[in-house]
Design a protein around this ligand. Structure first.
Ligand code: ADP
Ligand code: MG
Length: 375
């Protein structure tokens, strides 16, 4: 019941298209990321699902239910934003209890309504019933904030505030959880640990989640599948590993990780694959077949073997170049290698005790044909 289907979604603002023909099938329980640069339409897509934006055309289903014309508060979506949007004057417990209390107001009798309303007018939450109390305690324990229930949001770190926001969304038991750049306000270290926390919570609850981000590492490390967007359109929807190893365009290749993209011409086919001549004259073999003569090839920096001194391959397919820059990146070393008039990036695993090869070193590069992707 928690699947999400988006059918031919179009959205224009004042005649300018923000979304063009977006169709997606998000499975029940899936962690699904919308990834793309700023302004590509991620938030608009999310807001259309939530019901805060009405599509210019197209349909949205949550489970089997067509919610295209259902108001936001009846779509059963939980939301978490970049700005945590907590009530600053309510403590953690009260922030999480708030929406349940609102629901109690709508469902309760006259006495309950009056009591809840009176408290809200005084910007207080007031007394909650036993059931709400238990639900809130459980939700806070779930995000490991049980010990901070009495704190005000201003007394919490960014990561803790975001976990309050998550507890507040989950306590309503939504069919779908929508998260819009929830980690963007956090520093890098916290962001990395929150990725794991969110993913773990999502798996424990098993809730269908749409996660918006412009950070490829975030999307690739958290999501079951990623939709890459560009200029209001979907360009590719795939698992992180498939996006990385088999990008459908140079935009995707570049966006989901650093890569070498070269232009070349198909020269022929051999037993080992398609032979491609790069613009600089060098020959490469790809295990993939080409659909036309003029092609672009993508080679990930870590899939190139590099050796100083002598060719790695006995054959003629090893490419000669010169290191122009060596950068220590922690677990790996990035070498910028000049080959003819091309610059190639090569990543090698760092081995303790082995010095970096200095700029000026002559090197030989060789590439497994299975790792040369033709676009
Ligand atoms: P993203 O979340 O990927 O950064 P958005 O969905 O926020 O992108 O925006 C997509 C495009 O739609 C942008 O060009 C943006 O300027 C435009 N847009 C979004 N919301 C509105 C709005 N309420 N009014 C006018 N234009 C908007
Ligand atoms: Mg946005």
């Amino acid at each position: 019941m928690g699947s999400v289907r988006i059918e031919n979604l179009h959205k224009s603002f004042n005649g300018i298209a923000a979304l063009e023909d977006v169709s997606l099938d998000i499975r029940e329980g899936e962690f699904f990321a919308l990834l793309g640069p700023s302004g590509c339409g991620k938030t608009t897509t999310m807001r259309c699902v939530a019901g805060f934006e009405s599509p210019t055309s197209g349909k949205i289903f949550i489970g089997d239910r067509d919610v295209s014309n259902v108001p936001a508060n009846q779509r059963n979506c939980g939301m978490v934003f970049q700005s945590y949007a907590l009530f600053p004057h309510l403590n953690v417990f009260e922030n999480v209890a708030y929406s349940l209390q609102v629901r109690r107001f709508y469902q309760g009798g006259f006495g309950t309504k009056l009591a809840v309303l009176g408290n809200m007018l005084n910007r207080k939450l007031g007394r909650v019933d036993k059931e709400t109390e238990k639900k809130v305690r459980d939700a806070l324990d779930f995000v490991e904030l049980g010990h901070l229930a009495d704190r005000l949001p201003g007394q919490l770190s960014g990561g803790q505030q975001q976990r309050v926001a998550l507890a507040r969304a989950l306590i309503m038991e939504p069919a779908v959880l929508l998260m819009d750049e929830p980690l963007s306000n956090l520093d890098k270290k916290l962001r990395n640990s929150m990725r794991v926390t969110i993913r773990r919570i999502q798996q424990k609850v098993g809730i269908t989640t749409i996660f918006v981000t412009h950070d490829q590492e975030e999307a690739m490390s958290m999501a079951d599948r990623v939709a890459v967007m560009q200029g209001g359109k979907l360009v590719q929807v795939d698992t992180p590993t498939a996006l990385y190893s088999n990008p459908g365009s140079s935009f995707v290749a570049d966006f989901v990780g650093s890569s070498n993209i070269f232009k070349g011409k198909v020269k022929g086919t051999e037993a080992s694959g398609t032979v491609i001549q790069l613009e600089g004259g060098q020959l490469l073999t790809s295990a993939f077949s080409a659909k036309r003569e003029d092609v672009e090839v993508i080679i990930r920096p870590e899939s190139i073997r590099l050796a100083a001194g002598e060719p790695v391959d006995a054959g003629d397919k090893s490419i000669e170049g010169t290191i122009t820059m060596s950068t220590y990146l922690g677990p790996s070393i990035r070498y910028d290698v000049q080959v003819g008039n091309m610059q190639i990036e090569v990543d090698k695993t760092f081995e303790a005790g082995t010095p970096l090869l200095p700029p000026g070193t002559k090197v030989y590069l060789s590439i497994d044909p299975h790792l040369v992707v033709i676009l």
